[in-house]
Design a protein around this ligand. Structure first.
Ligand code: FES
Ligand SMILES: [Fe+2]
Length: 334
């Protein structure tokens, strides 16, 4: 994982006021709970007393209450009461305090700070999705691979005429021109598919190719936007569960008619249509080995894989920067 980033991990609308859910994300077991005022909080999903899942607990007086012996924790995981010791106990219960995680909510997503200490920035999202006229419907699908495989699949332009030969890849356009890749900022990569039927020509280079109005943009660490037109966008966030499991959370956004209920209905249809396409991908991607990608994993990449190569290079650089910072910290503390 790349440290010191906000990861989109969940659709916040799924946790109602005074409710708790247990989820596994980035290899961590987490409890997400919402207080009576709407604030969302995240702590480790393991009671400090005897290890029960707090996700089976309840939210009472804005605290998370363990289902086993009723110990309560506040929004920062601080133990507030141990019932068996009595409500007026003056004992120090700080040894029960839970690990607490920083989260944010934006665009109906919960962002989780995977980093050292307090967040140093706010989540960077696609601003275009703040458009209140855009309606969306979300489809969540479990893939048995690391999230890096799911991301790379969405940056892969040459699989279209094969995996999707009867859907979005119709037309036997097997030659991949470019693809051109550009960096919109240091953590936002844009590309577009520019495929053609093979008449014996040589594919154009990246420099000779263009970013088309229908394009793909990836934002580290785990968000992707397929801009099809001003009125239609497919957005995805790729949620790491652990190194062999991920969720593809795909949203179909549109504002075709400008009438919210109709556009919402169109989004539901669009979501199911996208599901058919994603299942075509999943069937192949789940067979890829290894399940997690790195710079050097014995693959033989080609010109058409340029967006994947760019994705891996930046990811590697970010990981190395974090390692260097960790080493510097160790040197200082020694
Ligand atoms: S295990 Fe949670 S209160 Fe005992
Ligand atoms: Fe695909």
């Amino acid at each position: 994982m790349i440290k010191n980033f906000w990861y989109a991990i969940y659709n916040g609308k799924k946790v109602k006021k005074n409710e708790v859910v247990a989820i596994k994300r980035l290899g961590l077991n987490l409890s997400l709970f919402r207080d009576s005022k709407g604030g969302l909080h995240c702590v480790t999903d393991k009671c400090a007393h005897r290890g029960a899942s707090l996700g089976r607990g309840t939210v009472k007086n804005d605290c998370l209450k363990c289902p086993f012996h009723g110990i309560e924790y506040d929004s920062e995981g601080k133990c507030t009461i141990v019932p068996s010791e009595g409500i007026n106990s003056e004992k120090d219960f700080s040894r029960f305090n839970l690990k607490h995680y920083f989260i944010r909510e934006k665009q109906d997503m919960v962002f989780f700070w995977y980093g050292d200490g307090e967040p140093t920035k706010e989540p960077d999202t696609f601003e275009v999705l703040d458009d209140k006229n855009l309606q969306f419907s979300e489809r969540v699908d479990h893939w048995k691979v690391d999230y890096s495989r799911v991301i790379e699949n969405q940056l892969d332009v040459s699989h279209l005429p094969f995996v999707h030969h009867n859907t979005i890849g119709r037309g036997n356009k097997t030659i991949s021109n470019g693809p051109k890749t550009i960096w919109l900022d240091e953590n936002t990569l844009q590309t577009s598919a520019n495929n053609e039927v093979d008449h014996g020509q040589t594919p154009k280079s990246g420099e000779e190719s263009v970013i088309k109005s229908t394009n793909l943009t990836f934002k580290y660490p785990n968000m992707w936007l397929n801009t099809i037109s001003d009125k239609l966008k497919v957005f995805a966030y790729f949620v790491p569960i652990d190194e062999e499991n991920a969720l593809l959370c795909l949203r179909f956004y549109n504002k075709f008619t400008g009438i919210a209920p109709i556009d919402s209905f169109i989004s539901v249809i669009g979501k199911y249509a996208n599901g058919v396409i994603q299942n075509q991908d999943k069937r192949v991607v789940e067979t890829q080995l290894p399940k997690k990608t790195e710079m050097k994993i014995g693959e033989n990449l080609v010109q058409a894989d340029k967006p994947i190569i760019e994705y891996r290079k930046r990811r590697q650089k970010l990981k190395e920067e974090n390692n260097r910072k960790d080493e510097e910290k160790e040197e200082i503390s020694e």
